[in-house]
Design a protein around this ligand. Structure first.
Ligand SMILES: Cc1ncc(COP(=O)(O)O)c(C=O)c1O
Length: 409
């Protein structure tokens, strides 16, 4: 099931993509004097730089490759630890491992983003960075995380895969830490099926990230570069078709966000004051509005309500809860880097079910109601979509309320 960008696909995307197909030229590099070269990737990067007020953007093939490139460029590697929330997508964790570093899982609080006290307790002499994941479009408490990072001399990195277009105190999410990333897969605020981006204000980090994403080449290479390649990289390039589609989506992002926020407010207003229902803490009103997360008084009540509505609590949703990540639990499938050496995973840090009791207690009682992201993997199989009418919102909200009232006395 898709995210908000999917619902906004229209003529604009068609025109942009056709522009590339008609030119027959799909590679991100070309001769800028040749009218057949449409330079969509470059244009996308420049438009996002200018709207987001950030110096550098680098389009890549996915959010996962963006994380790997960003962390490698930030010189995170063997011997380092990165603090990551226990409620996130596996890519936030696997990308640390791909860099050869060790993810240290931390608790989330009722914002479903990193718990500040727990983060600070998990900092060790090996900690190199905090990965702030803006889960479900809700900004982390970035000022406080930045203070912690600065106090300990470590980096703050933003995983804004789920939060493209959201803001914190007026600045775009992703642009506040040392480096940030976005995902453009089909579940995200804007999408092209797949795609990703690295953003940073740091010149050196950008140049290095560019090189890692393209076999060591310098930014915007125009030909064969021999003698200039200072790193061994990969191919995580974005192509012109993907960027063309994203350009059309990007130009709609404000309208898309406004639509989501309006629907979410309407839904939330209906639920306000109902006995037994409380809401996720929102760290900044600049959040994306993709999901409405509510808490019920107990796990038992939450399970019964979900059972009746055909959905699950977040704890039982598939992909984003550390307890459900068999890839890392008991280190069964861990393959350390840099890329994929087979020695034993280089740490005594542990990953086991129930290791984050606060997170478990919160997610057991939490239900995601879809506003813009309809994804059973997020526990958001019940709710509305970005094109829902006010009547549909009201009907769904009434169904939710009457179901809760059956179980909350
Ligand atoms: C928080 C988070 N980080 C990273 C990613 C990885 O993005 P992608 O699927 O584009 O590789 C996702 C994707 O769902 C995500 O939700």
């Amino acid at each position: 099931m898709p995210g908000p960008g999917y619902y906004w696909v229209g003529k604009e995307e068609e025109e942009e993509v056709l522009d590339v197909i008609r030119s027959k030229y799909l590679f991100r590099y070309g001769d800028s004097n040749d009218p057949a070269f449409k330079k969509k990737v470059y244009t996308l990067e420049q438009e996002i730089c200018s709207k987001f007020g950030i110096k550098h953007t680098l389009a890549v093939s996915s959010g996962t490759s963006a994380l790997i490139v960003a962390m490698t460029a930030a010189r995170i590697g063997p011997g380092d630890e990165v603090i990551v929330p226990g409620y996130t997508f596996i890519a936030s964790i696997s990308s640390v491992i791909a860099c050869g570093a060790v993810p240290v899982l931390a608790e989330v609080d009722e914002s479903l983003t990193l718990d500040l006290t727990d983060v600070e307790q998990r900092i060790s002499p090996k900690t190199k960075a905090i990965l702030a994941v803006h889960m479900l479009g809700n900004p982390c408490d970035l000022d406080a995380l930045k203070d912690i990072a600065d106090k300990h001399g470590i980096m703050l990195i933003e995983d804004a895969a789920q939060a493209f277009g959201g803001t914190y105190k007026g600045s775009y999410l992703g642009t506040i830490g040392k480096v940030g990333i976005y995902s453009f897969n089909i579940f995200k605020t804007m999408n092209a099926g797949d795609g990703g981006m690295v953003v940073t204000g740091d010149d050196d980090l950008y140049t290095t990230a560019f090189s890692f994403h393209d076999q060591g080449h310098l930014p915007n290479r125009t030909g064969v570069e021999v003698g200039n390649r200072s790193v061994i990289g990969w191919n995580f390039r974005m192509n012109e078709l993907t960027a063309a589609f994203l350009l059309a989506q990007f130009r709609k992002i404000d309208r898309l966000k406004e639509g989501l926020r309006r629907l979410k407010k309407r839904y939330k207003d209906k639920l306000q004051g109902v006995d037994g229902i409380s809401f996720r803490k929102i760290n900044d009103p600049g959040e994306c509005g993709t999901l409405l997360t509510v808490f019920l008084p107990t796990k038992e009540i939450a399970d019964k309500v979900c059972g009746e509505l055909g959905t699950t609590t977040i704890a039982h949703s598939g992909w984003h809860v550390y307890n459900n990540m068999e890839q890392i639990l008991e280190k069964k499938q861990l393959t350390p880097g840099p890329p994929f050496r087979s020695e034993e995973f280089p740490t005594d840090v542990k990953y086991y079910k129930g290791m984050l009791p606060q997170t478990d207690g919160i997610l057991d009682r939490a239900i995601n109601i879809s506003i813009g992201v309809i994804d059973a993997g997020l526990g958001a199989a019940f709710g509305v979509n970005p094109m829902s009418t006010d009547d549909e919102v009201d009907t769904k909200a009434d169904t939710f309320i009457s179901t809760v009232r059956k179980y909350v006395s």
